[in-house]
Write a new protein. Structure first.
Length: 261
């Protein structure tokens, strides 16, 4: 446990001296900012007339400028954008050792390989949760600034529960990204994988089988699916299976790869 805490501390120090967290937070902040824009468009008819595309989009979503709509957009943004942002996070945490040529130095430390990797997973989890909290906090701040109607404590709690359950599902899909960063020894393979999963999730969901494709499940869970078939236990089991497989594959590869070659 002591070695794990020391390894985790080392990962957190890397965060401190990197601007990547700030960059990812700014990129993810586009979701609550755009939700605020949507609320303004729906509230002011003059603005809606000048921004017909945004107005049409909001009408298609059948929402009004209130807290329920704000939380819905934040949750759906997490279901789609979270795949990309959390994938970028995992790519950086697990791939930077190769791009910086520090992997051999890291593995020469008197700490087991599994402990080092577990510390990276914990750091990835903390980073992603921090991004999710910052994102929803900014969304709430925008809602308060716009004085949106319809706030109810009990309903807000239910919306937050949906938001963070979507966050958790998205987080689980980060383990294959971590494995590909280790296997591909850098950023390119995991980032390409993230892009492909986003494309395929759209295609598979469009033909009506998104509930069986793990990378489409968070978006469908957030309610973005519309007329899609509902999720079932198998849908969530596929996400769990992918998470477990990615984790153990990364542990196995990390422990048995010879980096001297």
């Amino acid at each position: 446990m002591c070695n794990l805490l020391l390894a985790l501390r080392a990962e957190l120090i890397k965060f401190k001296h990197s601007k990547v967290f700030l960059i990812s937070a700014i990129a993810f902040a586009l979701v609550p900012v755009m939700s605020g824009v949507f609320m303004l468009v729906m509230r002011h008819s003059a603005a809606a007339a000048k921004a017909s595309l945004l107005s049409a989009k909001m009408e298609m979503m059948s929402v009004s400028a209130d807290w329920d709509a704000l939380f819905m957009i934040l949750t759906q943004g997490m279901g789609v954008g979270g795949i990309m942002v959390f994938g970028f996070t995992a790519s950086w945490i697990f791939g930077r050792e190769y791009s910086d040529s520090t992997v051999k130095d890291l593995l020469s430390l008197p700490t087991s390989r599994a402990t080092i990797l577990n510390a990276k997973y914990i750091a990835c989890f903390l980073w992603s949760i921090a991004l999710a909290i910052v994102n929803v906090g900014l969304g709430v701040a925008i809602g308060l600034l716009l004085q949106l109607p319809g706030f109810d404590g009990e309903h807000a709690f239910a919306c937050l529960r949906g938001y963070f359950s979507t966050t958790f599902l998205t987080l689980l899909l980060g383990t294959p990204v971590a494995f590909l960063a280790i296997w591909g020894k850098g950023y390119l393979s995991p980032l390409a994988f993230v892009a492909l999963t986003l494309v395929f999730s759209q295609i598979i969901a469009a033909v009506g089988y998104g509930q069986y494709f793990p990378w489409a499940v968070p978006a469908l869970h957030s309610g973005i699916g519309g007329e899609q078939p509902p999720l079932n236990n198998l849908s969530y089991l596929t996400v769990a299976a992918v998470a477990v497989a990615g984790y153990y594959a990364s542990i196995f590869y990390w422990k048995h790869t010879d980096y001297q070659k």
